[in-house]
Ligand binder design. Structure first.
Ligand SMILES: [Zn+2]
Ligand SMILES: [Zn+2]
Length: 158
Protein backbone atom coordinates (compact mmCIF):
# COMPACT_ATOMS: atom_id res chain seq x y z
CA UNK A 1 0.00 0.00 0.00
CA UNK A 2 3.03 2.23 0.39
CA UNK A 3 5.26 3.05 -2.50
CA UNK A 4 8.84 4.19 -2.05
CA UNK A 5 9.32 7.61 -3.51
CA UNK A 6 12.72 6.63 -4.90
CA UNK A 7 11.07 4.02 -7.14
CA UNK A 8 9.17 6.77 -8.89
CA UNK A 9 10.82 8.67 -11.68
CA UNK A 10 9.19 11.70 -13.17
CA UNK A 11 6.64 10.75 -15.77
CA UNK A 12 7.29 7.02 -15.67
CA UNK A 13 4.25 4.99 -14.61
CA UNK A 14 4.79 2.65 -11.67
CA UNK A 15 2.28 -0.22 -11.71
CA UNK A 16 0.85 -1.66 -8.50
CA UNK A 17 -1.51 -4.40 -7.44
CA UNK A 18 -2.65 -4.61 -3.82
CA UNK A 19 -5.31 -6.48 -1.90
CA UNK A 20 -6.91 -4.02 0.51
CA UNK A 21 -8.52 -5.43 3.65
CA UNK A 22 -10.62 -3.60 6.19
CA UNK A 23 -7.80 -3.78 8.77
CA UNK A 24 -5.41 -2.18 6.33
CA UNK A 25 -7.83 0.50 5.20
CA UNK A 26 -9.14 1.42 8.63
CA UNK A 27 -11.57 4.31 8.51
CA UNK A 28 -9.76 7.31 9.92
CA UNK A 29 -12.34 9.77 8.66
CA UNK A 30 -15.32 7.60 9.69
CA UNK A 31 -16.99 8.44 6.43
CA UNK A 32 -17.72 5.03 4.97
CA UNK A 33 -20.97 3.34 5.89
CA UNK A 34 -19.73 -0.07 4.73
CA UNK A 35 -16.75 -2.33 5.35
CA UNK A 36 -14.58 -4.38 3.02
CA UNK A 37 -15.62 -8.03 2.79
CA UNK A 38 -13.41 -10.83 4.12
CA UNK A 39 -11.77 -11.49 0.73
CA UNK A 40 -10.63 -7.89 0.40
CA UNK A 41 -10.67 -5.53 -2.55
CA UNK A 42 -8.19 -5.76 -5.39
CA UNK A 43 -6.64 -2.43 -6.39
CA UNK A 44 -4.75 -2.57 -9.66
CA UNK A 45 -3.36 0.51 -11.28
CA UNK A 46 -0.45 2.84 -11.57
CA UNK A 47 1.07 5.85 -9.97
CA UNK A 48 3.03 8.49 -11.78
CA UNK A 49 5.12 11.34 -10.46
CA UNK A 50 4.15 14.53 -12.30
CA UNK A 51 6.53 16.83 -10.42
CA UNK A 52 7.88 17.31 -6.87
CA UNK A 53 4.44 17.92 -5.43
CA UNK A 54 1.92 16.11 -7.58
CA UNK A 55 1.07 12.55 -8.45
CA UNK A 56 -1.18 11.01 -11.03
CA UNK A 57 -2.98 8.01 -9.53
CA UNK A 58 -5.25 5.68 -11.44
CA UNK A 59 -6.58 2.27 -10.51
CA UNK A 60 -9.45 -0.14 -10.79
CA UNK A 61 -11.03 -1.42 -7.58
CA UNK A 62 -12.89 -4.72 -7.59
CA UNK A 63 -14.39 -7.01 -4.95
CA UNK A 64 -17.22 -6.90 -2.43
CA UNK A 65 -18.08 -4.29 0.14
CA UNK A 66 -20.54 -5.06 2.93
CA UNK A 67 -23.25 -2.49 3.57
CA UNK A 68 -26.10 -2.75 6.08
CA UNK A 69 -29.43 -3.58 4.42
CA UNK A 70 -31.52 -0.39 4.36
CA UNK A 71 -34.45 -2.25 5.92
CA UNK A 72 -33.12 -4.98 8.23
CA UNK A 73 -29.48 -3.83 8.72
CA UNK A 74 -28.05 -7.25 7.83
CA UNK A 75 -24.54 -6.88 6.32
CA UNK A 76 -25.08 -7.30 2.59
CA UNK A 77 -22.46 -7.87 -0.09
CA UNK A 78 -22.27 -5.13 -2.71
CA UNK A 79 -20.05 -5.87 -5.74
CA UNK A 80 -17.66 -3.06 -6.62
CA UNK A 81 -16.13 -2.29 -10.01
CA UNK A 82 -14.83 1.24 -9.62
CA UNK A 83 -12.37 3.29 -11.62
CA UNK A 84 -10.37 6.11 -10.11
CA UNK A 85 -8.15 8.64 -11.80
CA UNK A 86 -6.98 11.79 -10.02
CA UNK A 87 -4.08 14.13 -9.67
CA UNK A 88 -3.22 14.38 -6.00
CA UNK A 89 -0.90 16.52 -3.89
CA UNK A 90 1.91 14.66 -2.19
CA UNK A 91 1.41 15.29 1.56
CA UNK A 92 4.28 17.12 3.28
CA UNK A 93 4.90 14.22 5.64
CA UNK A 94 4.99 11.58 2.92
CA UNK A 95 8.01 12.63 0.99
CA UNK A 96 9.76 9.23 1.24
CA UNK A 97 6.81 6.86 1.04
CA UNK A 98 3.53 7.44 -0.66
CA UNK A 99 0.36 5.75 0.56
CA UNK A 100 -2.45 5.02 -1.87
CA UNK A 101 -4.93 4.36 0.96
CA UNK A 102 -6.41 7.90 1.01
CA UNK A 103 -7.17 7.52 -2.71
CA UNK A 104 -8.78 4.11 -2.10
CA UNK A 105 -10.91 5.54 0.66
CA UNK A 106 -11.97 8.48 -1.48
CA UNK A 107 -12.86 6.14 -4.35
CA UNK A 108 -15.08 4.06 -2.04
CA UNK A 109 -16.66 7.17 -0.55
CA UNK A 110 -17.68 8.79 -3.83
CA UNK A 111 -19.06 5.48 -5.11
CA UNK A 112 -21.08 4.55 -2.03
CA UNK A 113 -24.46 3.10 -3.01
CA UNK A 114 -27.49 5.14 -2.01
CA UNK A 115 -29.39 2.13 -0.68
CA UNK A 116 -28.58 -1.56 -0.39
CA UNK A 117 -31.20 -4.23 0.22
CA UNK A 118 -30.33 -7.80 1.31
CA UNK A 119 -33.06 -8.90 -1.14
CA UNK A 120 -35.61 -6.91 -3.13
CA UNK A 121 -38.52 -8.01 -0.95
CA UNK A 122 -36.78 -7.67 2.42
CA UNK A 123 -39.52 -7.26 5.03
CA UNK A 124 -37.32 -5.26 7.40
CA UNK A 125 -37.55 -5.00 11.16
CA UNK A 126 -40.71 -4.65 13.24
CA UNK A 127 -40.88 -0.95 14.25
CA UNK A 128 -42.13 -1.96 17.70
CA UNK A 129 -40.10 -4.95 18.88
CA UNK A 130 -37.22 -4.85 16.39
CA UNK A 131 -37.67 -8.49 15.31
CA UNK A 132 -36.40 -9.40 11.85
CA UNK A 133 -39.65 -9.99 9.95
CA UNK A 134 -37.80 -12.08 7.34
CA UNK A 135 -37.63 -14.80 10.02
CA UNK A 136 -41.44 -14.81 10.28
CA UNK A 137 -44.04 -12.58 11.96
CA UNK A 138 -43.38 -11.30 15.49
CA UNK A 139 -45.84 -11.36 18.37
CA UNK A 140 -46.91 -7.73 18.02
CA UNK A 141 -50.60 -7.14 17.15
CA UNK A 142 -50.95 -6.57 13.41
CA UNK A 143 -52.90 -3.28 13.72
CA UNK A 144 -53.80 -0.81 16.44
CA UNK A 145 -56.82 -2.03 18.44
CA UNK A 146 -60.11 -0.38 17.47
CA UNK A 147 -60.69 2.73 19.54
CA UNK A 148 -63.58 4.24 17.58
CA UNK A 149 -65.85 5.82 20.24
CA UNK A 150 -68.95 5.24 18.07
CA UNK A 151 -68.23 1.50 18.08
CA UNK A 152 -67.80 1.57 21.85
CA UNK A 153 -71.14 3.41 22.25
CA UNK A 154 -72.87 0.92 19.97
CA UNK A 155 -71.44 -2.01 21.91
CA UNK A 156 -72.68 -0.48 25.18
CA UNK A 157 -76.23 -0.48 23.78
CA UNK A 158 -76.16 -4.18 22.92
ZN1 LIG B 1 -32.82 -6.82 4.65
ZN1 LIG C 1 -42.93 -6.83 16.64
Amino acid sequence: MRIQRELLQNGKPYPFSFVITQEVLGDPRQELSGVISEAGLLAEGQIKLLNQTHLDVSFHLSGDMLYPCARCLKPTAFPCEFDYHETIDIPEDEQDEISILPAIEECLFVNEPFRVLCRPDCKGLCPRCGADLNDGPCDCPETEPETDPRMAALKALL
